[in-house]
Design a binder for this molecule. Structure first.
Ligand code: SF4
Length: 283
């Protein structure tokens, strides 16, 4: 038996990024990308092929009829330098734009902490625009970092949109206990809802007879966070991040109930196609 246990399909940020790419292609025959537009390698390749897009590298000779498209989770400002002479399109998620707007008017004498993954495009985008942000690396132990930073006075917490709920909680609890935490921005609800729904559904299943799948690309931050949160809640439950039927050892799945959730950068069609493949294999 194969069951879908959360929302599936693109979030509005990914839909917005794809629309922006198409809009750019309707005006410019050649498009340059610095990074994958979205964290879904196969889909990204197809989108690039269909829309005349190429990855830029420092040796690329820019065509003046081309245009650059910046990716969905933001980019550091220095990435704009080579493209000053050509038109640009920004496929950034509107949720991140709202965060930029919020940070345009920082409260005087408050310290703003940014919790995110080091070297993630979103993190680099925030740190380059708002140098006053104090960085906390979500992929390292949080408490030693927080203790070393010795936060005090008025503070704000800005998390990367797809950081895990528990790392966000650890930071906000710590800042609350040591400082006057004036506020925080939430993590992306579209991604966190999938995590919460999947964990709540999987509570009632027999962990030994079940297997969960996060349909997604291994490079996707939210696919990894959803997977990690499920494993943290149910360590005995087996599962993996995967996109296609060929990613599985089908023998291991025989006799198991399969539960499917999905990253926000995977289309509904991709999830349904995997579901059909499982059904066609008699799972
Ligand atoms: S997961 Fe959330 S933050 Fe990321 S692109 Fe989608 S809506 Fe935007």
């Amino acid at each position: 038996m194969v069951t879908i246990i959360s929302d599936i399909g693109f979030c509005y940020g990914v839909r917005n990024a794809i629309n922006e790419l198409k809009k750019a292609h309707s005006k410019f025959p050649i498009l340059y990308l610095n990074h994958p537009l979205i964290h879904n390698e196969e889909l990204n390749r197809k989108l690039m092929e269909d829309n005349g897009a190429f990855f830029y590298n420092p040796k690329t000779k820019l065509n003046p009829l081309g245009s650059v498209v910046y990716s969905a989770h933001g980019h550091p400002l220095e990435e704009e330098i080579p493209f000053k002479e050509i038109q640009s399109f920004d496929a950034i998620c509107p949720l991140i734009v709202k965060r930029y707007e919020f940070l345009q008017k920082p409260v005087k004498n408050a310290t703003y902490y940014f919790l995110g993954k080091k070297n993630h495009q979103e993190t680099l985008g925030f740190l380059s625009r708002f140098p006053f942000l104090v960085f906390i690396d979500s992929s390292l132990d949080l408490l030693p970092q927080l203790k070393e930073l010795r936060p005090s006075g008025k503070t704000f917490l800005i998390p990367q949109t797809t950081v895990s709920q528990d790392s966000f909680q650890i930071c906000s609890d710590y800042l609350n206990s040591k400082t006057e935490l004036l506020g925080y921005l939430p993590i992306c609800q579209l991604y966190s809802k999938r995590t919460i729904d999947a964990i709540s559904f999987l509570k009632k299943v027999d962990k030994k007879k079940s297997y969960f799948v996060v349909v997604g690309d291994k490079t996707s931050s939210n696919a990894n966070e959803i997977y990690r949160a499920i494993k943290k809640s149910y360590p005995a439950l087996e599962g993996k991040i995967a996109l296609k039927i060929t990613d599985f050892n089908l023998k291991e799945l025989r006799g198991k109930d399969i539960y499917i959730t999905s990253a926000t950068s995977v289309s509904e069609e991709e999830v349904k196609s995997l579901l059909d493949s499982f059904n066609n294999c008699g799972l």
